[in-house]
Design a protein around this ligand. Structure first.
Ligand code: NAP
Ligand code: MG
Length: 490
């Protein structure tokens, strides 16, 4: 509810003074080639596309569009590096390079954070405090495994697979690159990676880091482009392992294409997580967790808590507190340190989210948005909740990938579990309660790869991540994440 006090927050009464992060130290070239065999090269066909800042719609750089011939070159470079250097290197030596990459990311953390926010629209607070430190942490973590694989797989010998073809989405551009590249390198594989079309810059900066770390040419290759480039990598006969993160639709296409090949694969796909709040939960803490789970990072999170189930006796209180909290969320300049919700990643994504808002209303849902102002230019969506929706509504069933929360109530524990499981997805979930017994029962009964208890969206490189059902195949992160990059012998 917009009370007189919190109304001031959005009409400028006690709004924070602007606190934008400086961009003075940022170097973004006018044009980027493809990073193949340790150097930036022009694409064979000479075609480029723009990457824009979704908060201003301004062009940031021209990016090479890799065709089949470029992908061929990148795979050949990766194969050669695997055969002659990386695949033969002593594991402890490999570890040193990966540590070096981790340290350089740390040293250049500010630059990475600002570029991530410029190119993708996420608030600087997120890129600075989450994406970049976690990306460095992944390299540190997997660097440590490089010479200890015999302990990861006791009694077995772990051999690398060869060339890994990796395709990633736009919601965590640097972090997803780290998730993919770090374990691949630690196990002795070489890599051809494609970032998403709308967020290529930090992956290209990571290419610079690989070069500065003295990584042998061809060990990491970054080829930019759109879906066709991704398909060329995945279908390339010289690729031994495919790692894909993205939508379930594209995941399905990839799984079909890989059927009958010898390629090992992991698919990290969509989600529609249930966040369940019981009457015995610490309600204020739960409201913070709900906000963190769906609104921060614009809801561009595969494991976002996009379905909320509240026990009926506290539903009015939770919804009312949530509406109050929504009024205080600041939507705007991603580079401002006070911003809670940045820009939607692209015009296309904004249109998709807006179409779901229409669908939600037309299906009878009651929509409520915060009253904040949003900038005129750029792509923005106010935090939005739907109440009065049921299990069959599309906003409850389908992944929207925006700051849109569908709220339902329940009375009994079993009802909450049944509703939570009524989804084709199974990536993540959350539970808010005072009772450990409920937490354990829920982790046993909800089919989801990760379940957070009295918190949400927390990550650590030591912890495996991945989905059930249509949320994917295989696990990334932790010890389990190594498995996807090795073949085991006796
Ligand atoms: P997307 O459309 O599936 O794209 C993901 C990547 O695949 C992009 O690099 C894309 O290229 C590329 N691609 C598109 N078509 C392809 C094809 N036919 N063959 C090979 N590659 C192809 O997904 P998105 O909309 O960018 O990302 C959002 C989705 O990712 C959401 O569904 C979200 O849940 C999921 N996600 C899952 C996880 C997880 O760990 N489970 C993590 C993050 C995101 P372009 O974009 O350049 O065209
Ligand atoms: Mg961009």
């Amino acid at each position: 509810m917009a009370t007189p006090e919190n109304k001031l927050a959005f009409d400028g009464g006690w709004g924070y003074a602007p606190a934008p992060e400086s961009t003075d130290h940022i170097q973004v070239k006018k044009r980027y080639g493809l990073f193949i065999n340790g150097e930036f090269v022009a694409p064979e066909k000479g075609s480029y596309f723009d990457t824009v800042n979704p908060a201003t719609e301004e062009k940031l750089s021209r990016i090479a569009d890799a065709g089949d011939a470029d992908v061929d070159k990148a795979v050949a470079a990766a194969r050669e590096a695997y055969r002659t250097t990386w695949g033969r290197m002593k594991p402890a030596e490999r570890g040193k390079y990966i540590y070096r990459i981790a340290r350089i990311i740390q040293e250049r953390a500010r630059e990475f954070s600002v570029i991530e926010s410029l190119d993708g629209g996420k608030p600087i607070r997120e890129s600075r405090d989450v994406d970049v430190p976690l990306a460095a942490a992944h390299f540190f973590y997997y660097a440590g495994w490089a010479d200890k694989l015999q302990f990861a797989f006791p009694g077995r010998t772990a051999k690398p697979l060869g060339v890994a073809g990796q395709v990633i989405p736009w919601n965590f551009p640097l972090l997803m690159a780290a998730w993919k590249i770090a374990p691949a390198l630690a196990c002795g594989n070489t890599v051809v990676l494609k970032p998403a079309e709308t967020t290529p810059l930090t992956a290209l900066k990571l290419a610079e880091v690989c070069r500065d770390a003295g990584l042998p040419p061809g060990v990491v290759n970054i080829v930019t482009g759109a879906g066709a480039t991704g398909a060329a990598i995945i279908n390339h006969p010289g690729v031994d392992k495919v790692a894909f993160t993205g939508s379930t639709n594209v995941g399905r296409i990839i799984q079909k294409a890989l059927a009958g090949t010898n390629k090992k694969y992991t698919l990290e796909l969509g989600g529609k997580a249930a966040n369940i709040v019981f009457a015995d939960a610490a309600i204020d803490q739960a409201v913070e967790g709900i906000v963190n789970g769906i609104f921060f990072n614009q809801g561009h999170v595969c494991c976002a808590g996009s379905r909320l189930f509240v026990q009926e006796s506290v539903a009015d209180e939770v919804v009312s507190k949530l509406k109050d909290r929504m009024e205080t969320l600041i939507v705007g300049d991603p580079l401002d340190k006070n911003t809670d919700i940045g820009a939607i990643n692209s015009r296309m994504q904004l249109e998709k989210i807006e179409s779901y808002l229409k669908i939600g209303k037309s299906e009878g849902g009651e929509m409520h948005q915060s009253a904040c102002r949003v900038p005129k230019k750029g792509y923005w969506c106010r935090p939005t909740i739907f109440t009065g929706v049921s299990q069959s509504n599309r906003v409850v069933q389908e992944e929207i990938f925006g700051p849109v929360l569908a709220i339902q109530t329940f009375r009994r524990f079993d009802e909450a579990i049944t509703k939570a499981n009524n989804t084709p997805y199974g990536l993540s979930g959350g539970i808010w309660t005072d009772k450990g017994s409920k937490i354990f029962k829920m982790t046993q009964s909800v089919r989801a790869g990760v379940i957070w208890a009295n918190t949400f969206n927390k990550f650590d490189p030591t912890s495996p991540f991945g989905g059930y059902k249509e949320s994917g195949v295989g696990r990334e992160g932790g010890l389990h994440g190594l498995d996807a990059y090795v073949k085991l012998g006796v």
